[in-house]
Design a binder for this molecule. Sequence first.
Ligand code: NA7
Length: 548
Amino acid sequence: MPDLHMPDPASAATRATGFDAIILGAGIAGMYQLYRLRQLGLTVRVFEAGTGVGGTWYWNRYPGARFDSESYTYGYAFDEALLQDWNWSEHFAAQPETLRYLNHVADRFDLRRDIRFEARVTRAQFDEAAREWEVALEGGETHRARILITAIGPLSAATLPRIPGIEDFRGTSFHTYRWPHEPVDFAGKRVAVIGTGATGVQVIQTIAPQVGQLTVFQRTPNWCTPLHNRPITEDEQARIKAGYPEMFELLRRTPGCYIHDTDPRGTFEVTEAEREAFWERLYSEPGFGIWMANFRDVLTDPKANALFSDFVARKIRQRVKDPATAEKLIPKCHGFGTRRVPQETRFYEAFNLPHVSLVDTRETPIERITAAGIRTSEAEYAFDVIIYATGFDAITGSFDRIEVRGTGGQRLKEHWADGPKTYLGLMSAGFPNLLTIVGPHNASTRCNIPRCIEQNVDWVTGLLRHMQAQGLTRAEATPEAEAEWSAHIEELAAGMLYTQVDSWATGINRNVEGKTVRRILQYQGGAPQYRARCDAVAEQGYAGMTMD
Ligand code: NA7
């Protein structure tokens, strides 16, 4: 069987004892990487902690979980027959449908036979002499491979709040990421939701009409805008399928691979009437257009940003009947779009229901979780269910949880202690043959993620094809290339308002030790520019890397 090291004349000494490649994670990225590596004829094993495929869409089963990207822009693009066979039912599909889709893909390409489920990787160590990675699973079992590819997701290390007493609560409680597989009955229940990020918003708006009583604990409000989801009609389905080539062409050109492209105009280059009309239109249209296709300076010019934030604040005041609640729901410490914009469906109207209330935890902090519920500085609340929509140790957290050790035994977590150091967001110096799909410093976390995943995977596949053809067994980013790329990442982010705001995108998570300093974790130059950089590196024979 052909493998990565077959052409290597010294193969007897350097031959991997296990697989050609190990992939961590069977989400969208891991599944596609497996598919591509099989095409190279490599032996591959995927280790996945869950009992099924789907990653994000396997874990996040909370009520209301759904896309913010148009469904048809989100599915895999690599197989025309798959595109033509699959019918998305809504413009923004809900989690069960997406999980069905990913299971369909796994069946269709017979992916499961190379995936080991319920296999959580705890450690990965590079063996310099053998030029291979040794990977340990929870329980101690180890496997070896020449190449290690992480597809562990940027938002997969879920974090509970650091509030005393969490284990004391006698009712039912879940983190949204660890939602049970069985349905949860909310009828008549007294429910608390802690957290109002994109997840909390989806949960709150969905369960508000079902529960007996809902209390939302909000620390920081977010600028939420309408999703405007609806079913896809038969006519639309036909048009979508006929238009895939043009649509994917458009997605290749836009900065985040969405169908929404930035408006070239500046906020102050139009009259007030034109501006208001444009913003009204954006507010009435589906999806992320309001964030991605706004005036070009809304995310960089503080004055433009303040004006648009004021527009959205007015909308919130119109939609929330109680003025005091409306004011609490309007962000005061950050401008629109400087944190992830949650897309909502009657989220603000949920606070008009008589059994829904909002607690501002900056005014009245949560002091502890008690056996019966939640105690703030002001009151004691009794609950049957507490939902923690408290987010993730984002982007680097999933790496930190695995003990990844490169040459000389250095740990990746230490190498990244002052912020990630990468080359192309796909490699790190001192960690040969390790490829970090959707890792820090690549374009994927600012992206309609499957589009950037496909780019990452295709690039990695090209690199492995090159190594295979040349008989190379070791590839590593040089420290110089890593330093240059890491500086480039900082330069690209300069002037972006989001860098001045705490959020998962800037690496802040006060529930995690040490995650209190803002970092530049994402490539901000846009997916087309990122793709061009990656392609140029490949065309130059993998410049910035040592390979032998
Ligand atoms: P986010 O966006 O990180 O939101 C987490 C929320 O939980 C946010 O409102 C936090 O408030 C809140 N939180 C966290 N810890 C606490 C404590 N200790 N007390 C009160 N409130 C707390 O995560 P999501 O899951 O909503 O979304 C993650 C991404 O997934 C999303 O952007 C999409 O891209 C998909 P804070 O803002 O920190 O004050």
